[in-house]
Design a binder for this molecule. Sequence first.
Ligand code: B4P
Length: 185
Amino acid sequence: MNLILLGPPGAGKGTQAVRLAAYLKVPQISTGDILRAARQVRSDLGRKVEGFMLSGQLVPDDVVTELVRERLGQPDASNGYILDGYPRTVAQARSLEEILVKRGQGIDCVLNLEVTEPELVKRLLGRGREDDREEVIRDRLKVYRKQTEPLIGFYSKCGILRGVNALGEMDEIFTRLTHAVNGKA
Ligand code: B4P
């Protein structure tokens, strides 16, 4: 199964992607994790993306799409995957479509994690990553509304979007997500 986890920063995409990956026995492909790993080893890519990430901006589409294209070509992704945090712009969604058409694949389901803004801010301040400072969080939420939220309309038109209430206990949210994946919600 090929899934996309969509949602604002702090919605719990990474948290739930790990659980869903174990449940579905497919890899979790997190562009955020790949970019952070590149920064940690101070690679050319890491240096290139650092400023964007620390200021709460999205990394340029072409950079992220190239990472995803390469990652989807790895053997463990041949039987399905969970895309966590990609696509984040309509341009990325179109590029993903092109990549998948070439591979003879499609997306089965897009799970949209729905969380209120005050809860997002609370969660991100609690996580305390270096891009989780209050002013950067506000900027990330603005970027989300402008650049990522349009994907809700994009995937709803394709008929594969499922909205999931992502407020509450993590176990409870996981159950809702599995129901959505299995077409029970
Ligand atoms: P990401 O790494 O994708 O992170 P995120 O959106 O901030 O968080 P996520 O939704 O995964 O929340 P999490 O589970 O951690 O992106 C970071 C940056 O990378 C972006 O700002 C951008 O610069 C760059 N980037 C990544 N992908 C990109 C792309 N495609 N294009 C361009 N740039 C890209 O949860 C957050 C916190 O909430 C955690 O502390 C967690 O424990 C807590 N939490 C989770 N569920 C909870 C619950 N139910 N109740 C209470 N707390 C909960």
